[in-house]
Design a protein around this ligand. Structure first.
Ligand SMILES: *Cc1c(COP(=O)(O)O)cnc(C)c1O
Length: 393
């Protein structure tokens, strides 16, 4: 499946019927230029060597695979954690931003732009741009800037310019619109770093390729540590990049793949579960599964974790769901907070609230499941205040 899907996806930008390139004409040439540049770079050994070196020296890869013994007792199965929380800047997002900015330098681009919701992708992009000495502009909704003041300060310290967006609801989708407007105007010298496996082709394929290091490492590590493959691989799904990165390592194996979406306040209330509860639609340039009303208007998602608070999902997930190769579950805000506390208390690891959804699934359904590998996509320093508030601590 991997080989065939790889050929299909690289040639057409489709994952089954999902994906594609639904964008204004003005962006087509930039997307084609990026697609060609990535095709060349991914088969260039020198580029691969340079990227591997950066992942080792800047990000600190390989990240450990860790047997969580006391958490396993609570879950009723043997739980291995892939520790992306130990990557530089505290999450998997840096794998993508560093790779894309390296690609941008190869394309001769002199300026980096990005959008950000809670600020995590903005910080990872600003970090990569600073490393290469390139100017960086991050678009962020004004409402999000007020909510995530610390990340705004972090980005500015890293030398990035943070531009507040007042339009619309002044949140992520408005920031994406502004970033696209900038890109159309400055496409000659500017690269737009998208933060997940979403957007028009080639972004879903490109970001998936850059995050696949997670699954490649994890597969080799689990074979070495346990002498066999896991029964189940579990990861949280926002846009879907950490899950695709981990899943890709196991597509051809007899291993259950489980993505966990944000059920928020409950699936009958406000949530972020685009696969579990969404329908087909076009969002941000790709056909996928989205949260929309009867008129096709995108509905306002909700999750206690900012990274899962997105009304769509990458097309590769829509395809994995439609073929049945991966199964999608969800966990509520309350379950995620509980799992967050269990991991902190049993292992001394404070996880981000996003992967706490994957942990919640394992606590709920893990009993008797054998060997379960969980993607721990990031650390939870950023979420301590939100958890404290939700518990009235
Ligand atoms: C942004 C983020 C996510 C969600 O993004 P994906 O593209 O779905 O991986 C998950 N975990 C952490 C720690 C994040 O920062």
């Amino acid at each position: 499946m991997t080989v065939a899907s790889d050929q299909v996806r690289q040639a057409t930008g489709r994952f089954g019927e999902f994906g594609g390139r639904y964008v204004p004409e003005a962006l087509m040439s930039a997307l084609i230029e990026l697609e060609q540049a990535w095709q060349e770079a991914r088969s260039d050994a020198a580029f691969g060597t340079r990227l591997d070196g950066l992942l080792a020296d800047v990000v600190g890869r390989p990240t450990p695979l860790y047997l969580a013994e006391r958490f396993s007792e609570r879950a009723g199965c043997r739980v291995l954690l892939k520790r992306e929380d130990l990557a530089h800047t505290g999450a998997h997002k840096i794998n993508n931003t560093l790779g894309q900015v390296l690609l941008a330098t190869r394309m001769g681009k002199r300026r980096i732009i990005a959008e950000t919701g809670a600020g995590q992708h903005g910080v990872a992009t600003a970090t990569a741009a600073a490393f290469f000495g390139l100017p960086c502009v991050v678009y962020m909704g004004a409402v999000d800037m007020a909510r995530q003041q610390l990340n705004v300060v972090r980005m500015r310290m890293l030398g990035a310019e943070v531009v507040g967006v007042e339009a619309g609801s002044a949140t992520l989708k408005d920031a994406i619109n502004e970033a696209l407007r900038d890109w159309v105007t400055n496409v000659e010298d500017t690269h737009y770093v998208i933060g997940s496996v979403v957007g028009p082709h080639p972004y879903p394929a490109l970001v998936g390729d850059l995050q696949a290091i997670i699954g490649t490492e994890a597969r080799a590590q689990v074979l070495e540590l346990e002498g066999g493959l896991p029964d189940e691989v579990v990861a949280c799904v926002g846009g879907g990049s950490n899950a695709i990165g981990l899943f890709r390592g196991f597509y051809d194996d007899d291993v259950r793949l489980i993505g966990v979406e944000a059920a928020g306040e409950g699936l009958d209330k406000r949530h972020g579960a685009s696969i579990t509860a969404g329908t087909q639609g076009v969002l941000h340039g790709a056909l996928s599964l989205v949260l929309q009303d009867d008129e096709g208007l995108i509905t306002h998602p909700h999750s206690i974790s900012a990274g899962l608070d997105y009304p769509g999902v990458g097309p590769e997930h829509a395809w994995l769901a439609s073929t049945g190769r991966a199964i999608y579950e969800s966990a509520t805000d309350e379950e995620a907070v509980k799992a967050f506390r269990v991991l902190a208390a049993t292992e001394g690891i404070v996880p981000a609230l996003e992967p706490a959804h994957a942990l919640a699934h394992v606590l709920r359904d893990g009993a008797g499941k054998g060997l379960v590998l969980v993607g721990l996509s990031g650390r939870g320093d950023k979420d301590v205040a939100a958890v404290a508030e939700s518990l009235a601590l």
